[in-house]
Design a protein around this ligand. Sequence first.
Ligand code: C5P
Ligand code: MG
Length: 308
Amino acid sequence: MTQTQGRNQCLSAEIPELSKCSVLMRERCRVEETIYNMQQTGPENLQVISDFDMTLTRFAYKGKRVPTTHNILDNRLLIDENCTKKIKKLLNTYYPIEIDARLSTEEKLPLMVEWWTKVHKLLMEQKIRKDLLAQAVRESPSKLREGYKMFFDHLAEQNVPLLIFSAGIGDVLEEVIRQNHVFHPNVNIISNYMDFDHTGVLQAFKGQLIHTFNKREGALAHAAHLTELKGRQNVLLLGDSLGDLTMADGVSNVQNTLTIGFLNDQVEERKELFLNSFDIVLVKDETLEIPNAILKNIFRTPRCSKRT
Ligand code: C5P
Ligand code: MG
């Protein structure tokens, strides 16, 4: 038996969750080797970069779609019926484009800018009040994935930085994790933040627009500020879109990267694309069981090295 085979057998026994039929891997050996390397260098060398909507939040619950941070704003407290209709129409037009396996990222890019720009303009016209956001989040059926508490708490306990990189709305995202009691000090967020005037009314969105397919630019622009991430050479990346794969582009000196993709929708059409792009693909898995199992393994004291 080679050293690598020995290690991998050991890891398969340690993370039985990876054998579930909803877990797909193109190169199982590479995955196991990467986890092994991450385990050897421990939590002090790890950083986690995750998308938010449909990655940390559920895609669906009891047969109904769970709202994204944009759709949480669909509450009469914040927007009127006419605006709801317009935003829904835009969603029905552009979301199918976002997830269309036949279109390239280059083809999708201008259309995504169009979608986000139109929706943000509509939201600004509604004069949304900052002081009502928390209530709208409380009243929404928004849901983090099962296992979220263990995920956030474990990372905080181990002092592992968690960068949440979202093309959603940062103010809403913050409120979701705050209300779920997991907005720990190790969490950093890059997202589209609302700009309120002195009376607390939405007047614009801050900074460069982030949409699903320009996260690379956002990652590079923000990298310099996130100094606490420097020197952490192992990256665990979670996403639900191919655009999420560029979220780690601002990290320098990466030694090991493990990418996990949640394949929520258009499963058969996108399976191959996802398999060719993410190290691990989770098919219609509404939980954080696999990331949690991998983290648990990385966080325990290395003990496999002598068994090879
Ligand atoms: O956190 P994440 O980067 O996933 O947030 C972006 C998601 O929000 C996209 O996948 C998109 O489907 C969704 N979105 C939405 N309504 C909009 C714009 C984007 O639900 N107006
Ligand atoms: Mg997402």
